[in-house]
Design a protein around this ligand. Structure first.
Ligand SMILES: Cc1cc2nc3c(=O)[nH]c(=O)nc-3n(C[C@H](O)[C@H](O)[C@H](O)COP(=O)(O)OP(=O)(O)OC[C@H]3O[C@@H](n4cnc5c(N)ncnc54)[C@H](O)[C@@H]3O)c2cc1C
Length: 454
């Protein structure tokens, strides 16, 4: 039978993948232009990792005694909208990844719906990119599949926010695969537990006590330094504890094994918590992440490739489009298969700038790549992948796509000065703020230091 491919006409900017990076890119492009923006997502909800497995935005604040708020503008509007419903609190964490913004993940699904529709983004859920045909005029025909059949879209500009760089892979852009040079970061199925007696847990010593119980247990836990933290829902906790390593998330046989292993480990942790951790005797798992969490797969080679040396130099180059202060947090296999997380903090100001070229695939005229598949080495990526940063990349790519249509300029020849001034005008933070953020108050509003909101 001949396959019928129907087409979706007049798409100016196509965003593939609706994680934190893709949603933000689509919102930025639709908010600040009249162009027709289409966002496609293979699952039935928006947010990707932000909604399907996590509940804390890191990267808004630098870690340490004197935290600075280094992300603002559009990413702030996501938190503001959650805050409107009283569904956030600041999660104190002086070191580690710094102060986190904890949110209700199911409410965030609803907030992404609201913000995307309010911005005028055209959205298609349950729609997967399956092929790309490069055209002689520099555009790309994108083929999607969903329950209604096969669809073709020929956009003027494309933003690949698929996490795995599916578009760039199919379009023939070069990339490095996780594990090719350095060991790939491990994968994690997150799980949530209800009916936890948090008072009893805190009285018994809280986090310190948990670490000791994990170290002392005779149960074969795959990871001893996993975290369990209170959620925005009474008596519920969320974890980042499971650790599945040595499997390739781009190989579907291995990914299948990883999903099964992740679930097995989650229930092993449940028994450990119930038997050995005060406050958990009556607790049970109420949810596993929608899929196993994948930290890295393809990292596209861009016009600029962020390196560890650049992160550690704590410099802010003139072509920076956002800031990052997160340490390198590399979840890797330790000796004899033991788990280990390698931390390395950014020295001096503790903040570096990320150049525009990291979101432009090498040689690209009409394509940007954002989120966890942006252009960085393994180490640099391990620092620059928190969601405040992926949202910042999305914001910059959305505005860059608009600018490139307005000025008829190629992605790799865009005037970064103009992009930066647009970013600045909408409240993005591009310079080290003077003030220390008031994270001690646990109140989001008191921390906002962005200069303007147009
Ligand atoms: C276990 C784990 C714990 C983490 N903890 C934190 C934390 O606590 N705080 C923090 O800030 N960061 C954390 N991170 C990092 C951060 O969550 C990610 O780097 C970030 O969410 C990546 O966002 P993204 O938009 O690039 O990708 P994703 O969120 O993965 O979004 C990609 C989207 O594209 C869709 N998609 C993929 N392929 C296709 C296709 N072919 N067609 C259509 N759609 C497609 C996917 O379904 C998905 O919705 C963690 C990551 C992991 C894995």
């Amino acid at each position: 039978m001949v396959k019928v491919i129907k087409s979706i006409e007049n798409v100016d900017i196509l965003v593939i993948g609706a994680g934190s990076a893709g949603c933000m890119a689509a919102i930025a492009a639709a908010t600040y232009s009249d162009h027709r923006v289409l966002l496609v997502e293979r699952y039935g909800f928006f947010g990707g990792t932000s909604t399907q497995m996590l509940d804390t935005f890191y990267g808004f604040f630098t870690p340490g005694e004197h935290p600075k708020k280094i992300v603002g503008g559009l990413p702030d509007t996501v938190v503001n909208e959650l805050d409107r419903y009283g569904e956030i609190f600041l999660r104190p964490n002086t070191y580690g990844a710094g102060t986190g913004v904890n949110y209700h993940p199911e409410r965030l699904k609803n907030v992404w719906d609201t913000l995307l529709l309010r911005a005028g983004v055209n959205v298609l859920l349950h729609t997967t990119l399956i092929d790309v045909n490069p055209q002689p005029d520099g555009r790309y025909e994108c083929i999607f599949w969903n329950k209604s059949g096969f669809w073709s879209v020929m956009p003027q500009r494309v933003i690949d926010a698929s996490g795995d760089a599916d578009f760039c892979h199919l379009a023939g852009f070069a990339y490095e695969t996780a594990g090719e040079k350095e060991p790939a970061q491990s994968m994690t199925t997150t799980f949530r537990m209800a009916n936890v007696n948090l008072d009893q847990y805190e009285k018994a010593g809280g986090k310190k006590m948990l670490a000791q119980r994990m170290a002392d247990t005779s149960m074969p836990l795959p990871r001893k330094e996993g975290s369990a933290h209170a959620m925005n829902i009474p008596k519920c906790i969320s974890t980042v504890a499971v650790k599945v390593s040595g499997l390739n998330a781009l190989n579907v046989n291995e990914l299948t094994l990883a999903e099964i292993e992740g679930r097995k480990q989650a229930f092993l942790f449940e028994s450990f918590f119930r038997k050995e951790v005060p406050g958990y005797a009556d607790a049970k798992i109420i949810g596993l992440s929608h899929q196993i969490g994948v930290r890295e797969t393809r990292r596209v080679y861009g016009e600029h490739r962020l390196t560890k040396e650049e992160c550690m130099s704590a410099q802010i180059p003139d072509d920076s489009i956002f800031l990052c202060g997160a340490p390198i947090e590399d979840h890797r296999e330790g000796k004899n298969g033991a788990s280990e997380t390698h931390w390395e903090y950014i020295p001096k100001s503790g903040i570096y700038g990320v150049p525009y070229g990291t979101i432009v695939p090498k040689g690209s005229q009409t394509v940007w790549v954002v989120g966890r598949c942006f252009s960085a080495t393994h180490d640099a990526h391990a620092s620059c992948r928190s969601m405040a940063q992926t949202m910042s990349m999305g914001t910059a790519a959305g505005l860059a796509a608009v600018l490139s249509l307005t000025d008829d300029s190629a992605a790799n020849e865009l005037e970064v000065r103009l992009l930066r001034s647009k970013l600045y005008r909408i409240g993005s933070v591009l310079e080290v703020p003077e003030k220390t953020a008031q994270t001690g108050k646990k109140d989001w509003k008191s921390t906002i230091n962005s200069h303007v909101f147009h």
